[in-house]
Design a protein around this ligand. Structure first.
Ligand SMILES: [Zn+2]
Length: 254
């Protein structure tokens, strides 16, 4: 299984528009971060988690040829607002399954009314098939099983996903012990770590490291990173062994 980091930035991306922060001015490509998303592929199967505003650019950069489904974590715009750009895949593959909590599906129906319309559809409109994700109900993607992991982003419920020995959790602030049990014996955990300072709805570095201590994955990659966290190279030096700052276009094989 291959995991390709399509984007590793927080909601505004890095550089932030109009910012003169040193990280936004960095020439290191690892300091350029699109909105957070991963592409997971194995054999002939290909899935993405979330579909934010940088989706088109991410599909071009990663040379992704096919999307068998989109697993949504939650409805925030940095995770969903690229949905119109699935059209090139629709034209080649037809309807694309989207997996999400019912609340997220309802939210997408409001925000992308034209996509879900059953009458008077614009012929070129994106075409999706909705599949409800329910906690504690693992579901099939290709020939693998995805296990939803229920986490909280402040007051908002968010799904992370475990597939084999890999788990992807973003926009986590808190997670119940019972959900942590779903994360045992992982080869790779991806978890959000916004910055060093506290944030009401995102783990900071200290909180992310405490969660990693509990989960004990073989390796961890941090994502959903803010420019105020610092330069990639400097932040990486502060991290424990087997904890890595993810960066855009990083590809790992499990
Ligand atoms: Zn987010």
């Amino acid at each position: 299984m291959k995991v390709y980091f399509l984007g590793t930035g927080t909601s505004q991306g890095i550089p932030v528009i109009g910012s003169n922060h040193p990280v936004c001015n960095s020439t290191d490509l690892k300091d350029k971060r699109l909105r957070v998303s991963v592409w997971i592929s194995w054999d002939d199967h290909s899935y993405v988690v979330d579909c934010g505003p940088d989706f088109r650019q991410q599909m071009l950069a990663s040379k992704c040829q096919k999307v068998d489904g989109i697993l949504f974590t939650h409805e925030h715009a940095d995770h969903t607002s690229g949905l119109d750009d699935i059209r090139p895949f629709n034209f080649r593959q037809g309807e694309i399954p989207i997996y999400a909590h019912n609340r997220v599906i309802d939210n997408l129906k409001e925000r992308f009314e034209y996509i879900f319309r059953t009458e008077n559809r614009y012929p070129g409109a994106p075409c999706v098939k909705t599949i409800e994700v329910i906690n504690d109900e693992p579901f099939q993607i290709g020939n693998k099983v995805a296990i939803p992991v229920n986490v909280m982003h402040g007051d908002l419920q968010v799904f992370g996903y475990r597939i084999d020995d890999f788990a992807y959790l973003t926009d986590v602030k808190t997670i119940d012990d019972i959900e942590i049990q779903k994360l045992k014996n992982l080869k790779v955990l991806v978890i959000n770590a916004l910055r060093e300072e506290h944030h009401f709805s995102h783990l900071n570095l200290e909180e992310a490291l405490a969660l990693i201590e509990l989960v004990q994955p073989e390796k961890t990659y941090l994502t959903h990173i803010s420019h105020v966290f610092g330069f990639h190279e400097e932040v990486q030096k502060k991290l424990p062994e087997n904890v890595f700052l993810a960066y855009d276009n990083l590809e790992i094989t499990l």
